[in-house]
Design a protein around this ligand. Structure first.
Ligand code: 5RP
Length: 223
């Protein structure tokens, strides 16, 4: 099976976690996109969705799924999203698609976080994937110095020769060379740097369930 077929298989399996008549939180990225396409098939059985990015909101709307403002929502049983890396303990690196801040906000409201990914995302130690950090633009150099002091090498995320600007008007520093043995502690340390909006470490509120697509079928982890 190709990586896309594995993503599609977990996206399909995640439909079982959608609670009928309720609001669903929806992540960002290629796996989340497959999930949105599956969600469209049962759109009449949900109250609506909260999107973790403009891109996700647009895709949901294209499918005719109601997109709700998070400020109108006080109960969301499930949030479904992909990951760039996930450990056997449910800690994740996210933000490869640049939506880490809104993903973390929406996930924080949900009762349950269901991570969907192809099996290649499972790692014992986080950090092989560059760790995304969303930063207020004026703090770029100051934050970069602090991240270097923590042992990483921050690189400004660029696209088409220009810095990537997030949905929140910020930049992203991707930190390479981190071997993250204590993700919960590092999450607090980086979030405490002035100018950091969010670090793409999801350890303090990690996944509750992971559905990982492999050649031998879908492996389910409960944390
Ligand atoms: C976006 C994310 C995505 O969940 C992560 O990058 C995985 O993406 P994909 O499903 O395309 O592999 O955190 O900000």
């Amino acid at each position: 099976m190709t990586q896309d077929e594995l993503k599609q298989a977990v996206a399909r399996a995640a439909i079982d976690y959608v609670v009928e008549g309720e609001i669903i939180g929806v992540g960002t990225g290629s796996t989340a996109n497959f999930f949105i396409d599956e969600l469209a098939k049962i759109k009449d059985r949900i109250k609506g969705a909260v999107a973790s990015s403009e891109a996700t909101a647009n895709r949901l709307k294209l499918h005719g799924i109601d997109v709700l403002d998070l400020n109108q929502v006080d109960y969301m049983p499930v949030y479904i999203d992909g990951a760039d890396e996930i450990t056997p303990h449910g800690a994740m690196i996210k933000g490869g698609g640049g939506a880490l801040t809104r993903e973390k906000i929406v996930a924080s409201v949900a009762m349950q976080f269901v991570c969907i990914a192809d099996g290649s995302k499972l790692v014992n130690v986080l950090g092989n994937f560059p760790l995304p950090v969303e930063v207020i633009p004026m703090a770029q150099a100051a934050v970069a110095r602090k991240l270097s002091a923590l042992g990483g090498e921050p690189r400004l995320r660029m696209k088409d020769g220009k810095p990537v600007i997030t949905d929140n008007g910020c930049i992203i520093l991707d930190v390479v060379g981190m071997r993250i043995l204590h993700p919960t502690e590092l999450e607090s340390q980086i979030n405490n740097i002035p100018g950091v909006v969010t670090v793409g470490l999801f350890a303090q509120r990690g996944a509750d369930i992971a559905l990982l697509g492999t050649a031998n079928g879908i492996q389910k982890y409960t944390f």
